[in-house]
Design a binder for this molecule. Structure first.
Ligand code: FES
Length: 192
């Protein structure tokens, strides 16, 4: 056992306090710096992801529920004769804009003041259906599918009737069609 010599004081220095405050301040500055640095990165990511995350706004001029303006009621013969119209719109594909693209083609009829629309793609295998004014019916030249004026099939070749499309007419007389494509070669109408 050792004892300090009488009359002498201990000379060992006081142990330093742990630098807790400094540590907390440094940690806080890293966290804040990190957040501030992430803001522009997140904004950039949101900008680039926006077209991908955007719902179905793929056509300029398209209504939110998917209708496109096609023609005017006054363009249609009043006796119900079908006319074929192309649907033209500017397509938006992620970051690109393709102007004046053909979205599809449809037959429109004015039947006693109500407008009806058919997709002109044959539900058999996808050729374009023609209208034969000589016998007032539709006919597909590829494998002879035939349809009546109301779009119902009139021979066993096509698996289903012509594909009817939803239509609405606005107060100015503009005809809006919800253009859709459907699976071919199947009995049931299935949207692609
Ligand atoms: S594609 Fe029309 S009849 Fe076959």
């Amino acid at each position: 056992m050792t004892h300090a010599a009488p009359g002498t004081a201990s000379t060992s220095p006081p142990s330093p306090e742990p630098p807790r405050r400094n540590f907390l301040a440094e940690a806080a500055s890293y966290v804040i710096g990190g957040i501030v640095g992430l803001v522009p990165v997140a904004a950039g990511l949101a900008f680039f992801a926006d077209p991908i995350l955007r719902k179905k706004a793929t056509m300029r001029g398209q209504s939110e529920d998917g209708y496109l303006s096609v023609a005017k009621v006054s363009d249609l013969p009043k006796d119900g004769t079908p006319l074929r119209f192309s649907i033209i719109a500017d397509k938006i594909d992620s970051w690109n804009l393709f102007k004046q693209q053909t979205v599809g083609t449809v037959y429109l009829r004015n039947v006693e003041g109500s407008v009806i629309a058919f997709n002109d793609v044959c539900p058999h295998l996808g050729c374009k259906i023609d209208y034969k004014s000589s016998n007032k019916s539709f006919f597909c030249p590829c494998h002879a599918s035939a349809f009546k004026l109301d779009g119902s099939k009139s021979n066993p070749v096509p698996p289903r009737d012509m594909d009817a499309l939803d239509v609405r007419v606005d107060p100015s007389g503009a005809i809006w069609v919800k253009y859709q494509n459907f699976k071919r070669g199947v009995e049931k109408q299935e949207v692609l």
